[in-house]
Design a protein around this ligand. Sequence first.
Ligand code: DOR
Ligand code: ZN
Length: 435
Amino acid sequence: MSAPAWLLRGARVVDPAQGRDEPLDVLVRGGVVAEVGVGLDAAGATVLDVAGALLAPGLVDLHAHLREPGEEHKETIATGTRAAAAGGYTAVAAMANTSPVSDRAAVVRAVRELAEATGACDVFPVGAITKGQQGETLAEIGELVEAGVRLLSDDGRCVASARVLRNALTYARAFAEPVVIADHAEDPDLVEGGQMHEGVHSVALGLAGRPAEAEEVIVARDLAIARMTGGRLHLCHLSSARAVELVRRAKQEGIRVSAEVTPHHLTFTDEDLRDYDTNLKVNPPLRTAEDREALRDALVDGTIDAVATDHAPHAVEEKEVEFDRAPPGTIGLETALAVVLTELVAPGRIDLLRAIDALSTTPARILGASEHGGPIAPGRPANLVVVDPEASWVVEPPFVSKARNAAFLGRRLRGRVVHTLLRGRPTVLDGKVVA
Ligand code: DOR
Ligand code: ZN
């Protein structure tokens, strides 16, 4: 059955791939963009009046924990991808710290089959770097790449051994396709037992610290190994000013590195933990206001390439415990775009084209998701999001995600997804998930 035809009329089209930001009509037919222009004829298509809205390429998340297989009580591919669609995403990278770990082709295939059968967006399974994410021996990387994996990560855990990281980055160069090694950069010895950023607030709250230096030393090490091997390194969820500065210099030097930042690290600081809110317990931890400013500057100047959610669902009973016992993580797929619009675009900190670039076009390129991220042009797959930039809403349950551990719970945000189209089919229509 062919996808229905839609005429999206009058939106402000924001398309970083073409540097385009202007009001245009977009005609979608047969799952692809058929025409882009002014005053287009509907020619039998269903007209969606989207005047005043933003129309952008569907968002792409480099970092989502969908929890399936193995922890379906937290999230499933069905619920996680619906949360993604609700947030305007058409593609997500599904992290490998599932049970079993995605360290071989059989797990990747199982995830992909589940996504095809039950998913509301495209799912790009991430492969583990090491067997069982144990940090000792390399996973079946050849087999994983053969199965279509382009991003490898032990996320949740840092690759603690420099030797193992060296081997992974060297191996990644052996393939015709670009393969990226993504590290969770926190030195395990330095963060052992730590609950939050180490500083005046951890002392005041009586919680053990995870110092910023734990990130700094691993980022410095990873960059040196990327230089040495020529492999493509990606740094997950950067959180500290000094790590950002190391990445800035590495890029000037020509080291092949990309980096991401989460909406929560762009918004909150360690001071916000004063009420011991376990929804704000994340790894790496929320840091100081100076760190947050450095992250914002780095996103604006491109030192940090992408915004990634680190969507990390946990069950209510897992988070409703003492701070020390709560697992780290916040959900983020349903709020990421609105957070960027509210915290960065509305105050004029970042322009809309760069914001969409960081949420869609650049992560699509890093992931090798060539059908996503734009350009919005004739013949291209119609992976699109329409956003009402004025809609003001409060983050509260019910969520589309199975989980409710949202760092932004209770916050008012501006900007809401109206429609999401996946290859021309609505996954969200008039604000409702329909996939
Ligand atoms: O806060 C986090 N939660 N950080 C991670 O690196 C892992 C994630 C999880 O899997 O829950
Ligand atoms: Zn991580």
